[in-house]
Design a protein around this ligand. Structure first.
Ligand code: NAP
Ligand code: MG
Length: 498
């Protein structure tokens, strides 16, 4: 047993502390802010929300924690996409002619307004997508504001980002985003595009369109010129209509690898630039000299927070064999204290699965894992609410590299635990995947960190931490996890031409 592990003691049973494997009972702490939601929403095109006609079709956006329809949202047609692209084209000349300083002012204004409306945005995000309010309040919304602040700073300094060149906007950008970080993904895409002088047509995911529509309200409040950002809601067909639109000068997509390939083909056909942020099956590697308790927190935040709906989730755990039992024991103990339930309760750690379809996918993998011969562990007890889509955090042991649960992205709170003996074996097994989005290394030795980080094929590598984000830090993947970077100076490259 290593030095760190032996110095850590399990909680003692006494009148005040937990017995091993028990958790405290908190009083509910429901979010008190009430959010107004209209009955129906139109698209946001050319600075206005569209009004429905007789032929307009709507779909319901559901609250996955209770299956109630929150509101009706417009199903975007090809005509709607045409109008949005036309608006973005008309706005382009004026927007790119503005000085960087003036564009930056708009972005600063938007960032500040996101901060002012932060609580409302966080509540809405949790209602529409099922993620715990703690996550949307402390991660999604502040980071969304940060991306606008950060890119506001670049708007008048682009020539310093690309010395000796003359960076020009690419033009009209079609942007398609997924449901796991709806507001944050919108900010990741829109902020750099606007900073570089482009205009945008964005399609949010079908299950989580509401915060993007609130962002449209914010653009309106900030008097962003009409047509600079247009938001068209709808399902995959609307996404396809946007991706295939002849009026676009660039495509940016975040989502699954399978749809990403279609987007890449659509871009290649018209020879327009394209950036893709796709799926992952990221490894978290724990060496026997690591601080085990610290690593356990990293594993927990890496796969269980946000219900595992994180593209860079640490969904494969590789533990050095000598500490495998120790890690599993501590992981089980920590997982018993995770609270699954109402996303709007401030004590909730794990919220609702985003949709019925995603829950079915996760359950299918749980069945496959057991059939493949792995053993599932579901340490947490207690009831989950009767209505809504829920999955208890769990992990598999006895996993082989060839198992489907070790190779394919599950996108739920499901971890595949495996072991290794030497650093070489850890690198070889961690890289044995078609993906390459992120990786985590847990060790006390700096030399080991650098050695491994240089050999792991992943776009982002965290050492003794996991899932940390910053607008100044580029994010993106290797191999089937996509190409191009978002965030940081490198992220600007996708939105300029020379
Ligand atoms: P998805 O099915 O690929 O959907 C992503 C977006 O594309 C949604 O807006 C979707 O609309 C739309 N879409 C679906 N079919 C389309 C088509 N044929 N043409 C154009 N657009 C289409 O992915 P998802 O299930 O929503 O999201 C989960 C995936 O995203 C995971 O694989 C995850 O790893 C990945 N992800 C990656 C990152 C990253 O930065 N690398 C970040 C977040 C998520 P609908 O909503 O109507 O389906
Ligand atoms: Mg929803």
């Amino acid at each position: 047993m290593n030095e760190h592990a032996s110095s850590q003691t399990e909680p003692k049973a006494d009148a005040r502390s937990l017995r091993f494997g028990e958790s405290w009972d908190y009083a509910p702490a429901p979010e008190s802010v009430k959010v107004e939601i209209a009955e129906k929403y139109g698209h946001y095109i050319n600075g206005k929300f569209t009004t429905p006609t007789k032929t307009t079709k709507f779909f319901g956006s559901i609250n996955p924690s209770n299956e109630k329809v929150l509101c009706k949202v417009t199903q975007g047609t090809k005509k709607d996409v045409d109008k949005a692209v036309d608006a973005a084209k008309s706005a382009l000349t004026g927007w790119k002619r503005l000085s960087g300083k003036e564009r930056g002012k708009y972005l600063y204004r938007i960032a500040r307004r996101i901060q002012e409306r932060a609580r409302e945005l966080a509540v809405l995000e949790s209602m529409d997508g099922g993620k715990p309010i703690r996550e949307s309040r402390d991660v999604d919304v502040p980071l969304a504001a940060q991306h606008f602040f950060y890119h506001a700073g670049w708007a008048d300094k682009l020539k310093y980002a690309f010395p000796n060149r003359d960076p020009q906007p690419v033009g009209v950008c079609g942007q398609i985003i997924p449901w796991n970080f709806p507001l944050l993904m919108a900010a990741w895409k829109i902020a750099p595009a606007l900073a570089c002088g482009n205009t945008v047509v964005l399609k949010p995911a079908e299950t989580t369109p509401l915060t993007a529509l609130r962002l449209a309200e914010i653009f309106d409040e900030c008097e962003l010129p009409a047509g600079v950002v247009n938001i068209v809601t709808g399902d995959g067909a609307t996404g396809q209509a946007l991706a295939e639109h002849k009026g676009l000068d660039k495509l940016a997509f975040t989502g699954s690898t399978s749809v990403g390939k279609k987007i890449a083909a659509a871009a290649a056909e018209r020879d327009i630039p394209c950036t893709l942020e796709l799926g992952g099956k990221s490894p978290n590697i724990i060496f026997d000299d690591a601080s085990i308790d610290q690593a356990i927190e990293g594993i927990i935040s890496g796969i269980y927070f946000n219900q595992g709906h994180v593209c860079c989730a640490g969904s494969r755990l590789f533990v050095q064999e000598s500490v495998l039992d120790e890690v599993i024991r501590r992981l089980e103990w920590r997982m018993k204290s995770l609270r699954v339930g109402d996303p709007l309760d401030k004590n909730t750690d794990v919220g609702a699965i985003n949709s019925k379809a995603q829950l079915a996918t996760i359950n299918r993998y749980l069945k496959i894992g057991s059939e493949e011969g792995a053993e599932v562990h579901v340490p947490g007890g207690g009831e989950v609410p009767a209505k809504g889509y829920w999955c208890r955090p769990c992990f598999f042991t006895g996993v082989q590299q060839s198992h489907q649960i070790a190779r394919e992205e599950i996108f739920g709170p499901v971890l595949a635990v495996m072991s290794f003996r030497t650093p070489e074996e850890a690198i070889q097994r961690a890289n044995n995947t078609p993906y390459g989005l992120s990786a985590g290394i847990w060790t006390d030795k700096g030399s080991k960190m650098f050695e491994l980080a240089g050999k792991l094929k992943a776009g982002v590598i965290w050492c003794n931490t996991f899932n940390r984000f910053d607008a100044a830090s580029p994010f993106g993947g290797y191999k089937e996890s996509g190409f191009g970077r978002e965030g940081g100076m490198q992220g600007l490259r996708g939105y300029v031409k020379f």
